[in-house]
Design a protein around this ligand. Structure first.
Ligand code: NAI
Length: 215
């Protein structure tokens, strides 16, 4: 389905969730679903769902609902999950290992093609059968393979220098777990900063509010 108009960031942020829910529904025998049923499952309003999906030229038919497989495929396509962009991971410590081992890159539009670390003791060890290479090799690797994305699992203090090097090597996107906020300092570079603690603090606030209501 064609969608020429730019899609708002708020809608884009909801798409992975639609994709996940529809993926779960696909495992059942249900073929189609109404916006009302989908909204009940997802905790959104039916009109929000209709509005979101209308951004892409309108799925579903009045009184028929959405074909789950079609919608799942189309949202995956919009998110670019059917591409295979090369990604490299920097920092093979606790977090880097967890991300490399547990993230299903292949079904999320990426291929994890190399892992780098500065610690000589880690060089040559393998994670998911990918050898850890020294960051000295980053330049030569990038000149040959042109990875589009870098996943940063390094300390905050190392992030600026490493990201500057990677940008000079043509990396366009960062999945940044380090607590250094890489924010729009370079045009043409896309950054997703991930802070699990933000989610934890949101939970803290919501529990505080809940307890206030109950007292
Ligand atoms: P770690 O100490 O186990 O691993 C860090 C790795 O980075 C080490 O292997 C180290 O040799 C490597 N490294 C350091 N400087 C480097 C450089 N200049 N180039 C290449 N490799 C370098 O630490 P851990 O637990 O894996 O955490 C990594 C970072 O992620 C920390 O800064 C931590 O605060 C942050 N973190 C962020 C989370 C989030 O939600 N965003 C959650 C947990 C940790």
């Amino acid at each position: 389905m064609a969608h020429d108009k730019p899609i708002s960031r708020a809608v884009i942020k909801r798409l992975p969730r639609y994709y996940r829910f529809l993926g779960e529904l696909l495992k059942s025998d249900i073929v189609r679903i109404s916006s009302r049923e989908l909204s009940a499952r997802m905790g959104l309003t039916a009109s929000q769902i209709r509005q979101d999906l209308n951004c892409f030229g309108g799925f579903g038919q009045q009184g028929y609902g959405y074909n789950i497989q079609e919608l799942h495929e189309e949202i995956g396509h919009i998110l670019g999950l059917d591409q295979r962009m090369d990604a490299i991971l920097i920092g093979a410590g606790n977090l880097g290992r967890a991300v490399a081992n547990h993230m299903d890159f292949d079904n999320r539009g990426f291929r994890l093609s190399a892992i780098f670390d500065e610690n000589p003791q880690l060089i040559g060890q393998r994670i998911k059968n990918i050898p850890i290479e020294h960051t000295d090799k980053m330049e030569s690797f990038c000149k040959i393979h042109h990875p589009m994305v870098a996943i940063l699992c390094i300390p905050k203090t190392a992030t600026k220098a490493i990201s500057d090097r990677l940008i000079a090597l043509g990396v366009k996107g960062f999945w940044n777990f380090s607590h250094y906020d890489l924010l729009n300092q370079h045009s043409g570079i896309i950054v997703e900063n991930v802070h699990m603690s933000d989610s934890l603090m949101t939970l803290s606030y919501e529990i505080k509010e809940l307890l206030k209501e109950e007292s």
